[in-house]
Every structure is written in C-alpha cells, then in structure tokens.
Design a protein. Structure first.
Length: 389
C-alpha cells in the first residue's frame, strides 16, 4: 500500500493510489443519516448558477442529440427515445428525467476555457452524452437494474436484445457526430473519445470481475472507477477545448481535472449506492449491497482492519456463492451497512471524494482561462461532490 506521502506526491497523475482507510484518522465520518453525502466549503457560485450551466448544456445539446437518435432504424429510434425520457413506454411524449447533463455542461465550458464560443463544444457534448448512455444501457442489463431515473430500464421494457443494439448504435453515432465535422480538431477529439470509451469498457469489465472475488484492494477499486467514470468525464472536459483548437498540454490539464472529478463523482455515487434515499436515487434500497459490488466503502472497510472489518469479511465470504442477495431482508442489509460504517468505509470514502475534488480544482491552475469560466468549473465540481441523487 502506498504511503500517505507517496500518494500526495502522485496526486495529479491518473495512476494515483489513495491512502488506506487508516491513513486519515481525522477524516470526517457520516452521521448515519441515510442520503447524506459529503460536505465541502461554500461553493464559488450558487446553486442557481450551476443549474443554469446544466440547463444550458441540456438546451444546446438536446436538439443535436435528438437529430442523431432520429437516424436510427426503427424500433431502435423509439427505444432510444424512451431511454432518454422523451417518450413513455407506450410511445407517448414524455418529459422524463434525462439526467443532470453534467457532461454536456463540461464540454461547453471546456470550449470557453480556451476562448472559443460554447457552441463549439456542442458536437463533443453530444458525442460524450451518446457514449455515456451507451454505457448505461449495457450496464443496466449486465447489473440486472430494473429502475433508472425513477422508471423501468430499457431492457426491462423492450428486452435485452434492444438494450444491446441501441447501446451499440449510440456508440457508433458518437463517432459519426465528431467525424462529420471533417476537421483536424475533430479527428483529435475522436481519438480522445475512443480512448475514453475503451477505458470505460475496461472499467466495466473490472467491475464485473470484482463481484466474483472475495477481496479487492483499494488500488484496484480506484483503478476500476477511474476507468469506468473518470475517463469519460475527463474526455467531456477536454473535448470542447480540443474542438476549439487547444493544444495537447491544455487538453491534458483539463482531462486531469475531469479524471479526478470523475473519481469524486463515483465516490459519492458509491455512498449513495449504500445509504442513498431510494426516493432520490430512483434505485432500490441498499442497491450496491444487493449486487455485491466491491464499491469504495466496502473495499475501504475490508482494508481497514479491526473487529467490524473482520466481521464484514466473514459475512461476505459466507454468502459469496449465493446467486442473489434479494433473499436477505432489510435488517440484514442494514446490518452490513452498519458494519461498513463502523469499520470506517463510509468516512474514508467521504474523505476520498473531498481529496479528489481538491486535486481536480488544483489542475485548473495549469490552464489560462477567464476567471468566470474557472469559477463555473469549480462550481460544477462542488455540485458533483455534494449532489444528493
């Protein structure tokens, strides 16, 4: 395990290894209130400003996204429209929850970070959003998730085959959207997107393989989450800059911001996967525990040592051969969550989200940009770490 001093020295690198749970005795812990995430300093901008950024990203990207989806052959166009929340299961127009649009907002801001108009980043915003939703369609099927954004997932409504086909089609569309620009910048952006997509798939494969192992190290978990979540957020926050003509040094610095922001985002998501309020997350109670995910709180708790850690390890080893955890009652899941918290897994994950947030914001110092754009990127980072669903 890397020492705290070694970890601090390598914090800006994508291969960073975090300290073990015992390395942060002063890390703040959870209060035990379900739905609590991470407290940060006062944001640079208010919530209304962040909502405006997200709304702008969604407003500018959605028409191009809809036009791309309309290229799909039936019934894939309808299935994709259902997934994005544009229609209901019966095909009627709907105003569903299509997600927060963090990635499109970052793509537009990345264009502005290098002095280009935000509209320059629209093709990148749409391409990243298509790849993101390709991964969601496949992940829901592989994980057996029946709910996303408070309604049935695509595979549940339209069947596994359509979920696979539509996901593949969205990935192809993402590359089309960029390459159709026909510029050198578009080719560079496509290379970054395909590299991020490969890492995302690597991360999903690692995630699945970890479910069948008794123990996973903190380093392995962070590597998996850096691939599965960090890579695409890193791409989102550099792709608009690349389309705006940024050099590789600038784009790499923005990717560092996005990579660590992605790890902060995933750390919070891991907390919500155990302690999140189903009314807010749209998923089952204890969703990650039901799926035996080796998420950061679980791995950190197992790595911490002590009586609670040992007891948790015994329980997880005893039921490792069971096919499903749905046979357990709520009391059993609550007991496991309590052991994770007692062992320090919740507190360590909260602290890790804060550390990654700090590293992400620090990476912005490497890019000369207008103070207004920097404040907006910081505000989005704050939003990611304190989000509740």
């Amino acid at each position: 395990m890397t020492s705290p001093s070694q970890a601090a020295a390598s914090q800006a690198a994508p291969s960073q290894v975090a300290e073990p749970p015992g390395g942060h005795p002063s890390a703040p812990g959870g209060t035990g209130i379900r739905g609590e995430t991470v407290n940060t300093a006062q944001p640079a901008l208010g919530t209304a400003d962040v909502v405006a950024l997200l709304t702008r990203g969604r407003t500018l990207a959605t028409p191009v996204l809809r036009a791309a989806v309309n290229r799909l052959a039936p019934p894939m166009d309808t299935v994709a429209a259902y997934h994005f929340g544009w229609i209901d299961a019966s095909g009627r127009p709907a105003d569903g929850d299509g997600g927060k649009a963090v990635r499109p907002a970052l793509a537009l801001l990345s264009a502005e970070a290098v002095g280009a108009p935000p509209e320059t980043g629209i093709p990148g915003a749409v391409a990243v959003e298509l790849v993101h939703n390709f991964s969601l369609l496949h992940d829901d099927l592989m994980d057996g998730d029946e709910q996303r954004r408070h309604r049935d997932t695509v595979w549940k409504v339209h069947g596994p085959a359509q979920a696979i086909l539509v996901g593949d089609a969205l990935f192809a569309l993402a590359n089309e959207i960029l390459l159709e620009l026909g510029t050198a910048e578009a080719a560079r952006a496509t290379r970054r997107l395909t590299t991020a997509t490969r890492k995302l798939i690597d991360g999903q494969a690692q995630d699945i393989s970890y479910e069948h192992r008794e123990r996973v190290t903190v380093e392995e978990c962070l590597l998996m989450e850096g691939n599965k979540t960090g890579a695409l957020l890193a791409c989102a926050v550099s792709i608009g800059a690349v389309l705006g003509g940024a050099d590789d040094r600038t784009a790499d610095a923005l990717e560092t911001y996005g990579y660590h922001l992605g790890l902060a985002f995933q750390a919070v998501d891991d907390l919500l996967g155990i302690w999140g309020d189903p009314e807010a997350t749209g998923k089952q109670t204890w969703s990650d525990l039901r799926q035996r995910k080796k998420s950061l709180p679980v791995v950190a708790a197992l790595d911490a040592g002590g009586p609670a850690s040992a007891r948790l390890a015994e329980i997880l080893a005893a039921d490792a051969k069971e096919a499903e955890g749905d046979d357990f009652d709520e009391t059993e899941f609550a007991a496991r969550a309590a052991l994770i918290e007692e062992a320090g897994g919740r507190a360590w994950t909260s602290a890790e989200a804060r550390r990654r947030h700090t590293t992400a914001v620090g990476a912005l110092d490497e890019v000369a940009m207008e103070p207004r754009v920097r404040e907006q990127l910081i505000a989005l980072a704050d939003f990611v770490v304190v989000r509740q669903k």
